[in-house]
Design a protein around this ligand. Structure first.
Ligand code: ADP
Ligand code: MG
Length: 239
């Protein structure tokens, strides 16, 4: 695909699954149960986007929109050091924002266009998690339609941004562990077709033995299906 650039995940296996890494001009969703490694991947990518192209980055900055309060500067520091980068510089190149509810999350997203237009070095926007506030605020069947409508608008806005400014968008989506998750209908596993109609790449992550995790590509139009194993270490995402 023309002009698409990639950001390495620091795992060759995961990069392989993604066709080389996280793509610009695309929204990539990582979904999976609690502790599957979604937030660690987000931390790693906000460091790695800063690497020069020859090392798998875009020499860019990251915007990190944290909805769950799980972002940790210490993790950024460890991951930066492990890559031989200056931790202070790396931390300065991550624009951290805490979204406290859906209205706030949408307001931040409304302001992103202006922020990115003013800061063309921003090459990655992370929303971790994109669904948690929506789920918490719109409970019950009667609110499901409104929730999906609002969430889809939000996701489409992010997708447009990725295309217009040639940036990578990474969102996470926590879903319940289900025995049929890997082999059943993946759209149902995401909990009511939430992100299904939004174009992009969807990767399911799952706990395995110890620090090992399994990542699985879900119906990407231009990538082969498959599963790979990666690890979460003190240094970050690795093989
Ligand atoms: P999710 O966002 O999918 O709920 P996380 O990305 O928060 O999951 O992953 C949490 C896991 O990451 C922990 O269970 C632990 O195994 C691993 N982890 C977190 N911090 C470290 C660290 N400093 N060193 C090694 N592993 C870590
Ligand atoms: Mg998380």
């Amino acid at each position: 695909r023309i002009n698409v650039r990639k950001i390495t995940t620091s795992s060759q296996a995961l990069d392989g699954l993604l066709g080389g890494g996280i793509e610009t001009r695309t929204m990539t969703e990582f979904f999976g149960e609690f502790g599957s490694g979604k937030t660690q991947i987000c931390h790693q990518l906000s460091v790695n986007v800063q690497l020069p192209p020859e090392k798998g980055g875009l020499s860019g900055k990251a915007v990190y929109i944290d909805t769950e309060g799980t972002f940790r500067w210490e993790r950024i520091e460890s991951m930066a050091k492990a890559l031989g980068l200056d931790p202070d510089t790396v931390m300065n190149n991550i624009l951290y924002m805490r979204a406290i509810n859906t209205d706030h999350q949408i307001a931040i997203s409304d302001d992103l266009q202006e922020l990115i237009a003013k800061n063309p070095s921003i090459k990655l926007v992370i929303v971790d998690s994109v669904t948690s506030h929506f789920r918490a605020e719109y409970t019950g069947r009667e609110n499901l339609a409104v929730r999906q409508q609002k969430l889809n608008r939000h996701l489409h806005q992010l997708t447009r941004l990725s295309e217009v400014y040639d940036i990578a968008i990474v969102v996470t989506n926590q879903v319940m562990a289900r025995p049929d998750m890997f082999y059943g209908d993946p759209t149902v596993a995401v909990g009511g077709h939430t992100l299904y109609h939004v174009p992009g790449i969807r990767v399911q992550v799952k706990k395995s033995r110890g620090n090992k995790r399994i990542a699985r590509m879900i119906d990407a139009p231009h990538l082969p299906e498959g599963e790979v194993v990666f690890a979460i270490t003190e240094d970050g995402i690795r093989d």
